[in-house]
Design a protein around this ligand. Sequence first.
Ligand code: NAD
Length: 230
Amino acid sequence: MRIVVLTGAGISAESGVPTFRGSDGLWEGHRVEDVATPEGYERDPDAVLAFYDARRRAVASTHPNPAHRALARLEGAIGDRLLVVTQNVDDLHERAGTRNLVHMHGELRRARCLACDARPDWDDDLRDRPRCPRCGERMLRPDVVWFGEMPYGLDRIEQAVVACDVFVSIGTSGEVYPAAGYVALAAAFGARTVELNLEPSDPAVPLDDVRAGRAGELVPAWVEEVLARR
Ligand code: NAD
């Protein structure tokens, strides 16, 4: 059985990483247009670099929760028949032990050089304009995919989605494309579709199994069901 799991900010909420869209429509008190678009970066690079420096520091003091750990357990049991596709820029899946993982919206712990396109691992602040370890220019930005930019790994993700038997969406509002379209693609190719989310989202197609609640409870329970059925 091939499984694709798509995760969003909701899976990390119980680890203490705030989700994207609070009721005020702001991300950590900032307008999305200011901190998650290339135009926002052009307007005020210092503010954007400082924003992601703060996010990187905040995530460093968090820990994977039972939902991340359950997915790592599932990979331990079924290996590369599980692909986790995350929209999250935190590293909680890999810290829980997941290896077969695509960060489609990039990673806080990686930088990208606007001069030479290197993508070095990065744990420090970027606002002081450090040099790129490859070319020496001071043009590093967070390797995070902003609105209007091309997500990573799309070919690999689409191949896995059309070939999977089960597609599971966890902790995502389903408002950001192309990720939001994967559930319909999976259904069109015959997969069973499951949603585990705090509140039911408004998917483009009816899902086979919708469970409302906290990821920290729903995901371990779902993983146990899958493992029991093998
Ligand atoms: P979103 O904030 O738009 O939606 C989060 C969803 O999670 C909501 O539907 C909410 O009901 C649900 N949720 C909240 N708490 C939950 C819980 N405890 N258990 C289960 N579900 C819960 O997030 P999104 O759909 O991922 O889109 C936002 C974009 O913002 C992503 O592309 C991502 O790059 C970025 N982002 C990432 C992080 C992170 O890396 N942790 C955090 C904030 C934003």
